[in-house]
Design a protein around this ligand. Structure first.
Ligand code: BUP
Length: 449
């Protein structure tokens, strides 16, 4: 404005994988004296999101907080702080509600906005509004640059992908159809509808922030910015790695696993955590525990409790004794720690006792592992995760097994999981490559701040 105040409004969509990078980018703006207004849809999808938002706002009271109500006939009971409904249904409702609520909100902000950063899942709801206000509109793409290439190219692809072997985009390696999110291959999903609606709008934004960096995805970043993917591509800004912030630590519960790790030898522990959407059946959890024991490594396993995660609010106690049986529980206790709650993942990954990460390959998890130089064995479950696992494999600091399939396709046995962990923990070249990636990540950060 006239007084020289730069003011940004930011609009995340739903899910921790979207909210976390938004808040990390917000802290970056704050540290550069930019005024931030955070606009969030309420209720949130998970309890973790509403808790993270409260911690963020108490750490940064200078951030203006605006909530808008998500209208949905699915919210029948009294409004909760969070609403466990299917992810893309929630996204669909947020899109419709934002399109109605935003216009009066944005034009009344003071000082007037300098620019707007919206989630990529919100693009076609937001763009007509920012355009009518002549407000520069940036996207925060919370996934990889590889997935961004697919997203921006998507509207030029044939409407049915199922007959193709692979998606070929100039300048990047072909993406096998088996690695494309199943919801984009299926004929009529909400995800596909969102993708098609938004993909053709990408050229209208002023720029795209991505939580990635040159050394992590060199080829793709070159291709998108050289106009190989779309000739009219706006500037794509590799703005990562987004680093974890103090406010992310939840209550006291983050301390326990770190204390346990303090007693383990350097590089000896495999960390197994599968993200905020993954709901394994008990039979699969039993195989995971068995595999961890068979691997011979020490381990830190997170088995989720529904209320902290998306899509399940049963909040049932996990009866590990019942699920695993006494014998396995004893073996597990010998070598590992099992956490049933939300853990401070980026803190765990930074602990020197961690030697490897058995991960679902959510993009934030991958960038956090890169930041800390932790090799990954990928067990992608859904969405963009196979493409993310491939990014890790291509840069040589981990691998994944294509035969494990998407979640629920088949039971992955303890034997297979045990063997995978042995590969992960004993591969010297993964370690060397991972420390190179870490070095590159730290270098980018010194340039940025
Ligand atoms: Br689970 C879990 N603690 O216990 P991703 C996750 N996280 O701090 P997503 C914790 O949540 P997709 C836990 O560090 C990361 O910042 C984790 O984001 C944090 O996966 C975030 O890795 C999870 O992108 O799935 O959101 O589960 O993004 O693939 O849809």
């Amino acid at each position: 404005d006239d007084n020289g105040v730069v003011h940004v409004a930011m609009l995340p969509s739903a899910g921790m994988g979207h909210l976390t990078p938004f808040l990390r980018l917000a802290t970056f703006f704050l540290s550069h004296n930019i005024k931030v207004t955070l606009i969030t849809p309420r209720p949130t999808l998970s309890l973790s999101e509403s808790q993270l938002l409260s911690r963020f706002h108490s750490s940064f009271p200078q951030v203006d907080q605006i909530n808008f109500k998500v209208e949905s006939s699915l919210f029948t009971q009294s409004p909760n702080s969070h609403m466990p409904i299917p992810y893309f249904q929630m996204i669909d409702h947020i899109r419709t509600s934002a399109a109605k609520a935003l216009s009066p909100l944005l034009s009344s902000l003071s000082p007037p906005l300098s620019f707007f950063v919206s989630d990529y899942f919100m693009l076609s709801s937001v763009l007509p509004i920012t355009q009518s206000l002549s407000l520069p509109n940036y996207l925060l793409f919370t996934a990889s640059a590889s997935f961004f290439a697919l997203y921006s190219y998507f509207s030029t692809l044939p409407s049915s992908l199922s007959e193709l072997e692979a998606v070929e985009i100039q300048g990047i390696p072909p993406i096998p159809i088996s690695s494309i999110p199943p919801d984009l291959v299926a004929p009529n999903s909400i995800f596909k509808k969102v993708f098609i609606e938004d993909s053709s709008q990408v050229i209208k934004v002023d720029g795209i922030f991505i939580n990635t960096f040159e050394a992590l995805e060199p080829e793709v970043l070159e291709a998108v910015n050289a106009g190989k993917v779309l000739t009219a591509m706006p500037p794509v800004l590799p703005f990562g790695p987004f680093v974890p912030c103090e406010f992310e630590k939840e209550g006291d519960q983050w301390i326990k696993p770190l204390k346990w790790l303090d007693d383990q030898p350097r590089g000896s522990v495999v960390f197994a955590n599968f993200g905020t959407h993954t709901e394994f059946g008990w039979d699969q959890i039993r195989e995971i525990a068995d595999g961890l024991v068979k691997s011979g490594s020490r381990f830190l396993l997170v088995v989720k409790d529904g209320k902290y995660f998306n899509g399940d609010d049963k909040n049932e106690e996990v009866g590990l004794e019942e699920v695993l049986g006494h014998e396995l529980v004893d073996k597990v206790r010998d070598k590992g720690l099992v956490m049933k709650e939300w853990v401070y993942q980026s803190g765990i990954l930074s602990h020197e006792a961690i030697g490897g990460f058995l991960s679902h390959c959510g993009w934030n998890s991958i960038v956090e592992a890169a930041w800390n130089g932790v090799p990954i064995f990928g067990w992608p479950q859904r969405g963009d995760q196979k493409m993310n696992a491939e990014v890790v494999k291509m840069s040589g600091w981990g691998t994944w097994n294509k035969n494990w399939g998407w979640i629920g396709e088949r039971l992955v046995t303890g034997e297979e999981i045990g063997d995978a962990i042995k590969v992960l923990m004993n591969n010297e070249s993964f370690k060397i490559r991972a420390s190179k990636i870490k070095e590159a990540a730290r270098k980018v950060m010194t340039l940025m701040v």
